[in-house]
Write a protein that binds this ligand. Structure first.
Ligand code: ADP
Ligand code: MG
Length: 238
């Protein structure tokens, strides 16, 4: 686990500023959800925390260390995307172990890590299958397994459930909640789904147009939205 702090972070692509001075404080082991409409900068924020994207100004700290100049693999984070990153020609075991390739782990350590991730995600019986033999939810578990084997201090999820159907989304949402309890890791989760935000989050960060509109526990935002935008997104119907 680790704290994550963003201080006055900005990001410009060319002359267009898309992140406009964002401050966010995330505690050890907290489950924080970023919500906001398409294009508001959620993915860009995650990519900057993970190091896939440089920041234009400001600082990002993970576990008390300024990581602005650290490459992704030295940040102690793992990112879970939608299932597109899974390789069809590899077995589940190989796909999950792929998360370890950057750590140069030996074969036995790798297998032990894969077994542990498979146990946590209840997919031990699937390890020899290929992705084409899996359901959508099982594939999503493979993507999460690939992150777990790396023992990250911080998990980053970018709309991991958005291409699953509604029933499966609900199952996986519950699983991700359980995973957070089991691992006690810091998790940052991006979604535009208000149900996911309300049920998973310890704390929600509402974003609009590259700025933070409000930060608070789900019920705080629901009952005391700071403005109409937040109310429209998460608030109680008036
Ligand atoms: P979200 O994930 O909330 O939908 P993004 O972070 O993907 O939003 O995008 C925020 C804004 O930054 C959008 O206006 C998008 O068009 C722009 N943007 C994202 N990536 C790039 C890029 N590589 N080059 C130029 N503009 C980008
Ligand atoms: Mg996005």
């Amino acid at each position: 686990m680790a704290t994550v702090k963003l201080k006055n972070v900005t990001k410009s692509f060319g002359t267009t500023e898309v992140i406009k001075g964002v401050d966010i404080d995330i505690e050890d082991g907290e489950f924080v959800v970023f919500v906001g409409p398409s294009g508001c900068g959620k993915s860009t924020l995650l990519r900057m925390i993970s190091g896939l994207e440089d920041i234009t100004s400001g600082t990002i700290e993970i576990g008390g260390v300024v990581v602005n100049d650290l490459p992704p693999k030295e940040r102690g984070i793992a990112m879970v995307f939608q299932t597109y990153g899974i390789f069809p020609h590899m077995t589940v075991r190989e796909n999950v172990a792929f998360g370890l390739t950057i750590n140069k782990a030996d074969k036995q350590t790798k297998e032990a890590k894969v077994q542990e991730a498979a146990r946590i995600l209840q997919m031990e019986h699937l390890l020899d299958r290929r992705p084409s033999q899996l359901s959508g939810g099982q594939r999503q578990r493979v993507a999460i397994g690939r992150a777990i084997v790396r023992d990250p201090k911080v998990f980053l999820f970018d709309e991991p459930l958005s291409n699953l159907d509604a029933a499966l989304r609900m199952d996986m949402r519950l699983e991700i909640g359980k995973l957070h309890q089991k691992l006690a890791a810091t998790m940052i989760y991006v979604t535009h789904d208000q149900v996911e935000a309300m049920t998973l989050a310890d704390k929600i960060v509402v974003l609009k147009d590259g700025k933070v509109m409000q930060v608070g526990a789900p019920m705080e935002l629901y009952h005391e939205p700071a403005n109409l935008f937040v109310a429209g997104f998460l608030g109680a119907p008036s």
